[in-house]
Write a protein of this length. Structure first.
Length: 353
């Protein structure tokens, strides 16, 4: 519940409209094949209906993210708590081994919560962090607070993402970076969060950027480069990128030489920075990894090797980019497990009677 209260900046981004999401692999880097089938059982519209039927008004933003209309995550927390009346809840009570019970559901997420599975014949994909910002060792951090639409990528790989990029006092953040960290979570972990990150500050193809600069240079021949640019890049960032390209900002556009043009194009579409670690925020990141989906029955999420043991939520090897998709996976898997247990109990009761 504490983690739920933190999501969406304390507003609780509980799901997404999925509008425009044609390929689930773009939002679920791991587990998209499972989610494709699971969402047919309990999808985003079912989540919205579930909460609205319990008095929670919801609102959908232009980017597809769904929040409580109150913009208060505690409304979601309290709604869930109200449905748990009569249940015995034990906090700060660690379980060192699986209890002897007819049904056990583990929803403890990644990391230490999975220690309880040690010694059991259950395949676990090593959990590593996902959805984090990146530290970079470069003076660009002096421009903290500036944001723009950009494409981020890991040079030499197929990992890339687009969206708003925020320059921080430690490096880069924002959706363009968080999505990249999700796609490349295991790659970054294996490289100890070092290497390079590339930024395309225009989101455009190199050939188009080159043509735009040439045309802009002709149309603004007498103006200084520092005063105007064709890509709506903020003044301070544009000035910094000019210096990265080794170009004096006071130079007139008509004086921009071919070599300088080539260097400026390269800086705008493939600006490379050294990664110097990841930013760590306790209790707020998602994990990549967990109980392998091969270890569970996809229709019930019951462990294949241990009857009565079920898994739901982040403990499974399912994770997503930002936007409410991770919570959607939690709601969907919880629904599948609860109904599987309900059916077992109902069949057992019918058998007894």
């Amino acid at each position: 519940m504490a983690k739920l209260a933190l999501t969406g900046g304390g507003r609780c981004n509980l799901t997404n409209s999925f509008e425009g999401v044609g390929n689930l692999a773009l939002v679920y880097p791991r587990g998209f094949n499972f989610m494709k089938k699971a969402l047919k059982v309990f999808d985003n519209e079912d989540v919205s209906s579930w909460f609205e039927d319990r008095g929670v008004r919801l609102t959908t933003q232009d980017d597809g993210r769904v929040f409580p209309a109150s913009q208060d995550a505690m409304e979601i927390v309290n709604c869930l708590k109200s449905g748990m009346r009569g249940a015995k809840i034990l906090c700060s009570s660690p379980i060192k081994e699986l209890p002897d019970a007819d049904f056990v559901v583990l929803t403890c997420g990644g990391g230490k919560g999975m220690d309880i599975l040690q010694g059991l014949d259950i395949e676990v994909v090593k959990p590593v962090p996902s959805l984090f910002s990146l530290k970079v060792d470069d003076p660009i951090t002096r421009l903290q607070g500036i944001s723009c639409d950009a494409i981020s990528f890991i040079p030499g790989t197929k990992f890339r993402s687009s969206g708003n990029l925020l320059i921080t006092d430690w490096g880069f953040s924002g959706p363009a970076i968080l999505k990249l960290s999700s796609y490349a979570a295991r790659h970054l972990a294996e490289n100890n969060y070092s290497g390079d990150i590339g930024i395309n500050w225009t989101t455009l193809e190199e050939s188009f950027v080159r043509l735009s600069l040439q045309n802009f240079s002709e149309a603004n021949a007498g103006k200084m480069l520092i005063t105007i640019n064709p890509f709506d890049i903020s003044g301070r960032l544009w000035e910094y990128l000019l210096s990265r390209a080794g170009i004096e900002g006071e130079k007139r556009w008509k004086a921009l030489g071919k070599k300088e043009l080539n260097k400026l194009v390269s800086t705008l579409v493939s600006d490379i920075y050294p990664i110097n670690g990841r930013a760590k925020f306790k209790d707020e990141f998602v994990t990549c990894g967990g109980v392998s989906l091969l270890s569970v029955d996809p229709k019930t999420l019951e462990c294949r090797n241990r009857s009565g043991l079920y898994f739901a939520g982040e403990i499974l090897d399912i994770d997503a980019i930002t936007g409410g998709f991770n919570l959607q996976a939690a709601w969907t898997t919880a629904y599948i497990v609860s109904h599987a247990i309900f059916e077992k109990c109902r069949n057992f009761t019918n058998f007894e009677s």
